[in-house]
Design a protein. Sequence first.
Length: 244
Amino acid sequence: MSKVALITGGATGIGKQIALTLAKEGYDIALNYRTQNEAIEKTKTELENCNIKCFAVQGDVSNFEDCEKIVKETIEQLGQIDVLVNNAGITRDTLLMRMKENDFKDVINVNLTGTFNMTKNVIPYMMKARNGRIINISSVVGVTGNAGQTNYAASKAGIIGFTKSLAKEVGSRNILVNAVAPGFIETKMTEVLKDEVKEEIAKNIPLKRMGTPEDVANVVKFLASEESSYITGQVIHIDGGMVM
Ligand SMILES: NC(=O)c1ccc[n+]([C@@H]2O[C@H](COP(=O)([O-])OP(=O)(O)OC[C@H]3O[C@@H](n4cnc5c(N)ncnc54)[C@H](O)[C@@H]3O)[C@@H](O)[C@H]2O)c1
């Protein structure tokens, strides 16, 4: 039986590339998305062309009941969950002085509480199977901080604490929990930056370029694989050397 990976926010960007990379490795894919649109249809077609089973499942990760449903339906459709990738994320960037209460709450609710909601619903299945991989998408700014991102940086730093704590709780059940901390990756999230800002950012990265979704997906593939079976509770930086 093929392994099954459940990826949140998988219609676009990094999540989409993780789904495609794992599909090419033969995983069946449960692809969560929040809103029905062209992007999810396109990604689903691309995944189906990889000759694997693909199940697209709607749900908002910030809503606990939605996460219960996402996990239940994935088990019904694909039989098991071997890998959970908590990828769904949003930004509401602004300086703290201007930040509205909901700018803070919304980002925490999707990025951090969403990671809890999904993990809490998946973990009983992994405990029973005595096997599992949970891979959380944090960010370089969860480690370094960033002006204009108190909400986002707090959510991503929270994911790191969550990852390390859970890794300690479930290691004895052969469930490995790791995070990746991408730097500046070319996706919709960074598309909003002006070209000159992007050039300035690239200048300060030791590898002198922004990252690609493939750069992130390849590390996630490794963390999902047998090759990483003695790695847990770690934060792997994928940032061209921004943080050393
Ligand atoms: N792009 C970067 O430079 C960068 C850097 C570090 C970390 N990240 C993280 O990588 C992850 C993917 O981001 P991306 O760059 O691919 O951007 P993206 O906007 O393309 O992807 C985010 C996805 O999450 C989905 N999503 C948002 N809220 C959701 C919700 N409540 N429920 C379900 N899905 C929801 C969106 O629909 C979208 O498909 C995010 O967690 C982001 O914080 C991105």
